[in-house]
Design a binder for this molecule. Sequence first.
Ligand code: KIV
Ligand code: NA
Length: 265
Amino acid sequence: VRRVTTQTLQAMRAEGTPIAMLTAYDYTSARLLDEAGVDVLLVGDSASNVMAGHETTLPITLDQMIYHAQCVVRGVNRALVVVDLPFGAYQGSSREALRSAIRVMKETGAHAVKLEGGAGVLQSVKRILGAGIPVMGHLGLTPQSIYKFGTYKVRARDVEEADALRRDLRALAEAGAFGVVLEKIPAELAAELTESVDVPTIGIGAGVGCSGQVLVTHDLLGLTKDFNPRFVRHYADLAGTVTGAVGRYVEDVRRRAFPGDEESY
Ligand code: KIV
Ligand code: NA
């Protein structure tokens, strides 16, 4: 199969073909998602919530992100693999940001990094790009700043924040980011922003007018039942499937119905 590259994504944007992106944190899932045709796999710092059970994305470390990314890369033949730089691995200086990005590229075999923010991280974005590492941006509701926002509500509803978002997006596009995630902003604004740049926008809770969409895989598969924001569509009820299957296994073990003769030596 032909691998997805940042050029592929640019071509998809140009011809109006929507880009499908999902999160992945482990080998087995990455294989399934890659075989199902997902264009971009994001080793998201949402692993902090989904894999580790933390309340926010802040605690996950660069070493832990690198472990997840190594696992994902081994399962992928086609998709572009993007790795989140976690909180604390790039905000200190552009030098720290570059060092973290280089570690991700050297130690995992992933193809690109993603980091949150606009003007505040522009020097870091430029420095990483200068080293030949593709960078994806992330604007709107940026979860690493949750304690600044104080709420998970929709961002950029007012003119000032929308204008700041417009400027940040333009700056990232001009710096050479190969894509930008727009999280939880009004659909109309996201569509306007998407029209205003020649870089693909990937929406999550940002309406259908973006160049592509991203979701946390565990949310769309119905594995995370206590997380039900409006922007998630449940394509399966894997929580029900798993508890049902495991419940039958437990019952079979208890009544000595498993293993049978044909499952024994
Ligand atoms: O970490 C993550 O899962 C993300 C996506 C939701 C965009 O950053
Ligand atoms: Na993230």
